[in-house]
Design a protein around this ligand. Structure first.
Ligand SMILES: *Cc1c(COP(=O)(O)O)cnc(C)c1O
Length: 465
């Protein structure tokens, strides 16, 4: 399998190379040159498979030529053994034809574990064979940092440095990052905001001279192809459980960077009968505006009750645009260049194509709270604020009756006590047993000034030999 850049001007890479790369050298994102497809018969044969075995079938073609099947099977078994529910991604019914896919049974209680538990193991496997070590550097406003740290804690060939804005992440989120033990885990609390952290990571990828020569720098943000790949699996898992390939299914996805929902799009391109993909956003509605007005434009960041979706730029949308524009890299490069300076209007043909499959909803904090409260009242089921946005969009999508809708539940409600309190449900939520003592665990983090030189000096001094 070969991977190509959405901007058409970077070398094609194999899976191993793509895993170790962030952005393509032309600024684009890597996508498979061709997608594997599954026939209706092959999809029917997926019924009843355990999650790691289904993952093996879906992922095998993407890593072909780089990871032998037996090794992939072992990696996947280990990855999903970390989850605290034997179904890995259980489906829960919350209304007639309304389903919730619980993606929060991993170590950090958010769906990012699906991808990052796998990513850490894939990296370590590949690095071991290459006799190579790398540094991972990432910025987080919350969920990504803890999931990345949990995913890399046992990796001998990786030092991971995660920057978070000092005093500006929630207590649960900080504790989840800073209480993980391991010599290769480094939490940096930067005296600045999230954008400052992200700018330092970006600058470091641009100039890697602060690192020893033998250390590569790897990105774990959602533009990493392996993360998207891992997320395709649960779309198949849910749809097959609800009757695919014989019955089509719709998905509602609480969306920020467009990574998770793009995996749903790929599942459909690979043969899964997906009737509709619902883009559910909070007040940071860049994608809802793209869908309704065909125009992509930045607006100031709004802080909401669903902080993991507080974004102004939705990076992975570029991967969809590449298909919508007939996979013409030069056209995408041109659009992305324009976006640097002003709003961009996408072509009618491209947007008409997108609207055949995608719909969108923007959900306010007030509606989020009402949705949490009403599902609790009607079904005694607790949604976290991100998942509630997905369910709200699903209930208002106007789908043909009879089509089951699966809303992705991307986080456990105990991670967001402020939102639960705002919905009037603060007493109902407890952390699950494996995290019950989270607030008693010792923390380790380094407070650093908002200064690139200081951060880079800390990193180069703390890399393990
Ligand atoms: C990251 C995250 C999202 C958004 O996922 P994208 O792939 O960026 O669209 C939604 N919910 C939660 C809880 C998250 O952590």
């Amino acid at each position: 399998m070969k991977y190509i850049s959405t901007r058409g001007n970077a070398p094609a890479l194999n899976f191993e190379q793509v895993l170790l790369t962030g952005l393509a050298s032309d600024g684009g994102l890597y996508v498979p040159e061709t997608l594997p497809t599954f026939s209706a018969q092959e999809i029917a044969s997926m019924a009843g498979l355990e999650y790691p075995e289904l993952a093996r079938r879906i992922i095998t073609p993407f890593v072909a030529g780089c990871i032998p099947d037996e090794d992939l099977a072992v990696i996947l078994e280990q990855t999903y053994a970390e989850f605290r529910h034997t179904a890995i991604a259980p489906l829960v019914q919350v209304g007639a034809n309304q389903w919730v896919l619980e993606l929060f049974h991993g170590p950090t209680l958010a769906f990012k574990d699906f991808a990052l538990q796998l990513l850490g193991r894939l990296l370590d496997y590949v690095l071991e064979r290459r006799h190579q070590k790398v540094v991972i550097m990432g910025a987080t406003s919350g969920d990504t940092g803890s999931a990345a740290i949990e995913g890399c804690r046992h990796c001998d060939n990786i030092d991971i440095f995660i920057l978070h804005p000092h005093n500006r992440v929630s207590d649960v989120q900080r504790k989840q990052m800073t209480s993980v033990e391991g010599d290769n885990i480094h939490n940096l609390a930067v005296e600045g905001n999230f954008d400052d952290c992200q700018a330092m990571v970006k600058a470091s990828f641009g100039d890697k001279h602060f690192l020893p020569q033998d250390r590569g720098l790897v990105a774990v943000n959602s533009i990493n192809w392996a993360r998207i790949m891992a997320q395709i699996v649960y779309y198949f898992y849910a749809a097959v459980a609800l009757g695919a390939p014989h019955r089509p299914v719709a998905f509602s996805v609480p969306t920020g960077n467009f990574g998770d929902i793009f995996a749903g799009y790929l599942a459909r391109q690979m043969g899964l009968p997906v009737e509709q993909l619902i883009i559910a956003t909070n007040r940071n509605d860049v994608l809802h505006r793209v869908m309704t007005e065909s125009t992509y434009g930045r607006q100031p960041l709004a802080h909401t009750l669903s902080p993991s979706m507080d974004i102004t730029v939705s990076s992975n949308f570029e991967r969809l645009l590449f298909d919508l524009y007939g996979r013409k890299g030069a056209a995408i490069a041109d659009l992305m260049n324009q976006l640097e300076s002003h709003d961009v209007r996408f072509s009618d043909a491209a947007m008409a194509e997108a609207r055949k499959l995608f719909s969108s909803h923007c959900v306010s904090d007030a509606q989020t709270c009402e949705q949490i409260a009403s599902i609790w009242r009607d079904s005694e089921y607790l949604l976290d604020p991100h998942s509630a946005i997905g369910v709200h969009a699903a209930l208002n999508a106007g789908l043909a009756s009879g089509v089951p809708v699966v809303s992705l539940a991307t986080a456990h409600p105990a991670k967001f006590p402020e939102a639960m309190a705002a919905a009037g449900l603060n007493d109902a939520v407890a952390l699950p047993p494996h995290l019950a003592d989270l607030f008693d665990r010792p923390e380790r983090f380094e407070v650093l000034p908002n200064d690139l030189t200081a951060v880079q000096a800390f990193i180069s001094a703390n890399i393990n030999a």
